[in-house]
Design a protein around this ligand. Structure first.
Ligand code: ARG
Length: 463
């Protein structure tokens, strides 16, 4: 770019072209080329509408629509030369269209602006990502569901404060994440519903004097309706923020599951074995099987939430309508979307492939006095003790077991009766982990019967 050449698209009033630094800070085509398919779809719909309303001749519109397909195939085939001097994807496409179809290309930009154009392209792009994320989440839910079904009655320790709390079932633990990812899908679906209105035709900010048909372009692009306010249409990015917010919550869920996998795959826990396909080795320590994918997913929330904060910060305080600040929306969303999709795919693979170690889970379930609450409940139920007193009696028994280095079921009846004379042999029944989980039949509880009901319900929902 020499200083003498002004911009081919808007350079009419300029005598000199931009400084190299100006061009560098202004150009977005290095990243917004990812909107090419959406940009061309939007332009094709716009051209069709211009012809249908008599604003453009049918022959020009046809030439434009055909030419745009040629441009698309050049871009998809890697044969397109992007020029930073033409700033962004919109002007790169239009300039190439002019080379292909000549003068008619100059009529495409009638009754629109890059402001409504980019808002439309970006909505279409985010909508595609929402659909992809939904599919990724559904696949992950299916993988978790398969785990839940296989291990509906496998017992494992449930934790609070990462200290053994009460026994739970493996299926129940898996289903907890199925629920979380179900809500993530709900948030994305909500965002999609609000996003799905078409900005095209808002033009620069005020609408246009041409007799356009905004219903038609909205319909052609799969939107539910045109956006009702032209200022709003070109200037808000709340749809991107909603996507990022939902993605951040989802990334937080993925991060928690990742953390559990990292812990569970350790030699100290051995709750799961990750497949070779989803483990890595160490270049120095031959024994290592590292859960790198889980660690990376655990970390991705940093980028995704970071993108969310970045875009909120870009948008805050911007007066209506469009400001160039808003060009800073795209890289954040692109990176967050890429990170989310990759995380979902990797998590799905890990969960699908992983082997839960039923024996290790069950052994751990009985450690750490995990049935102490069952014992206290028994004292309430069978001996009529107030819960607070039952809690104390149980506490004394835990201390006794700890002193002997054994678990609660290993205490003798005499030792039990030393803590409370009313205790009978029947108490031992509630100290087993299987009885413990089977007893937690309340709706939403960990009992295998409840887990199987939830598995069946989810199978039906996921189809
Ligand atoms: N590349 C711009 C963006 O992404 C397109 C809109 C430019 N509009 C303008 N009036 N300069 O925001």
């Amino acid at each position: 770019m020499t200083d003498q050449t002004s911009n081919a698209m808007w350079g009419g009033r300029f005598a000199a072209g931009p400084d190299a630094v100006m061009e560098a800070i202004n150009a977005s085509v290095s990243f917004d080329r990812r909107l090419a398919a959406q940009d061309i779809a939007g332009s094709r719909a716009h051209a069709a509408m211009l012809a249908a309303t008599g604003i453009l001749s049918h022959s020009d519109a046809e030439a434009i629509r055909e030419g745009l397909l040629t441009v698309l195939s050049e871009i998809e085939g890697g044969r397109f030369e992007f020029s930073p001097a033409l700033e962004d994807i919109h002007m790169n496409v239009e300039a190439r269209l002019k080379e292909i179809v000549g003068e008619a290309a100059g009529r495409l930009h009638t009754a629109r602006s890059r402001n409504d154009q980019v808002a439309t392209d970006f909505r279409l792009w985010v909508r595609d990502q929402i659909d992809a994320a939904d599919a990724g989440l559904a696949a992950l839910q299916r993988a978790l569901l398969a785990q839940a079904e296989a291990g509906a009655d496998w017992v494992m320790p449930g934790f609070t404060h990462l200290q053994t709390a009460q026994p739970v079932t493996w299926g129940h633990h898996m289903l907890a994440y199925v629920e979380m990812f179900g809500r993530d899908r709900g948030r994305l679906a909500d965002a999609r519903r609000r996003l799905n209105e078409c900005p095209l035709g808002a033009a620069a900010l005020a609408g246009t004097g041409f007799p356009i048909d905004r219903e038609m372009t909205a319909r052609e692009l799969g939107f539910d309706r045109p956006m009702a306010n032209s200022l709003d249409a070109v200037s808000d990015r709340d749809f991107a923020l909603e996507f990022l917010s939902a993605a951040s919550i989802c990334a937080m869920h993925l991060s928690r599951l990742s953390e559990e996998l990292v812990i569970w795959a350790s030699a100290q826990f051995r709750f799961v074995r990750l497949s070779d396909r989803f483990s890595t080795g160490s270049s120095i320590m031959p024994q290592k099987r590292n859960p790198d994918a889980a660690e990376l997913i655990r970390a991705k929330i940093g980028r995704i939430l970071g993108a969310t904060v970045a875009l909120f910060t870009v948008m805050k305080g911007l007066p209506l309508a469009y400001s160039k600040d808003m060009q800073e929306d795209k890289e954040q969303v692109f990176d967050a979307a890429d990170s989310l999709m990759l995380s979902l795919a990797a998590m799905e693979g890990m969960v699908r492939d992983m082997d839960a170690n039923r024996t290790a889970l069950e052994a751990a379930a009985g450690h750490g006095f995990s049935t102490a609450t069952d014992l206290a409940d028994w004292l309430v139920r069978e001996l009529g003790l107030p819960f607070r007193e039952a809690h104390h009696v149980t506490g004394r028994l835990v201390a006794a077991a700890e002193a002997r280095g054994c678990d609660l079921p290993d205490l003798s009846l005499a030792e039990m009766q030393a803590a409370h004379p009313g205790i009978t042999e029947a108490v031992f029944e509630v100290l087993g982990v299987h009885n413990s989980v089977a007893s937690r039949k309340s709706y939403g509880g960990t009992a295998p019967d409840r887990v199987r009901e939830q598995v069946a319900a989810w199978k039906e929902r996921l189809g």
